[in-house]
Design a protein around this ligand. Structure first.
Ligand SMILES: C[S@@+](CC[C@H](N)C(=O)[O-])C[C@H]1O[C@@H](n2cnc3c(N)ncnc32)[C@H](O)[C@@H]1O
Length: 238
């Protein structure tokens, strides 16, 4: 996928952290998502819907753009302005209590949000897996701790994140938290390559949260954290 196709959509209005389009591009390049127009894809924690737009354009599938902090009305207006209202359905629900039909989605994508709600063992198996079709794919990218600092988030990140430091977990720990199940074929977690570029794009904005992050980038964010990629492939059932 070519990030520059989406340059006009990546703005102070749509960015909520490190460049989500760049992060999504790395996931798609590593694990291309085969999909058909009648496939349904859930963008979980989609924020302003920037990634939902990219998913819709890149796959041609029908996208459900779910977020908690941004209302469905606000995203609906943006999708209409972008000309994708027919292809993307905005939803505003807590990921802990989703109301979709069981086995609806061929894929789930979640950028920079899964760590807010999914950090307990069993979350994936209980709250997400039931909504996925057999042979489905889950692609997640979240900020986390480098593997060598596993378990030291509070000690290393509190000056930057305060009481939210516990949400940052290493790729190794995320693999354990996803867990295993007879429907899961494989789980892979890794430190993503796009870390520096995605952060540079965010720190170049004058968003007030970016200005706060800038103060801690060289001393905390860059030495201890990474972007964790998570790929989960579900089994084909016969
Ligand atoms: C940092 S923003 C990232 C948004 C977007 N994915 C992006 O990369 O620009 C984190 C998002 O996670 C969403 N979120 C946090 N807790 C959630 C929950 N319990 N259920 C659904 N979404 C949640 C918020 O609404 C917020 O938009």
């Amino acid at each position: 996928m070519n990030i520059s196709d989406y340059k006009t959509y990546i703005s102070a209005e749509t960015m909520m952290g490190p460049n989500s389009v760049r992060i999504l591009a790395e996931l798609f390049d590593k694990y291309p998502l085969p999909s058909a127009p009648d496939d349904m894809i859930l963008d979980l924690g989609c924020g302003t819907g920037l990634t939902s737009l990219v998913i819709a354009k890149e796959t041609g599938a029908r996208v459900f753009a779910n977020d908690l902090w941004i209302s469905a009305k606000e995203n609906e207006r943006r999708f209409a302005r972008w000309g994708v209202a027919q292809q993307i359905t905005p939803v505003c629900e807590d990921a802990n209590n989703l109301h979709f039909e069981k086995r609806k989605f061929r894929a789930l994508i979640s950028i920079d949000s899964y760590h807010y709600f999914a950090g307990s063992k069993g979350f994936f198996l209980e709250k997400i897996l039931p909504f996925m079709k057999d042979d489905g794919v889950i692609l997640i990218a979240i900020p986390g701790l480098k593997d060598e600092y596993t378990g030291r988030a509070q000690e290393l990140l509190s000056d930057w994140l305060g009481d939210e430091a516990y949400m940052f977990k290493s790729p190794k720990l995320w693999k354990e938290l996803i867990g295993s199940n007879s429907r899961i074929e494989s789980v892979k977690t890794w430190e993503m390559d796009c870390f520096c570029k995605a952060w540079d794009d965010w720190l170049a904005t004058d968003n007030q949260f970016a200005l706060g992050d800038k103060k801690h980038f060289e001393t905390i964010i860059k030495p201890y954290t990474c972007f964790v990629g998570i790929y989960i492939r579900l089994k084909k059932m016969v």
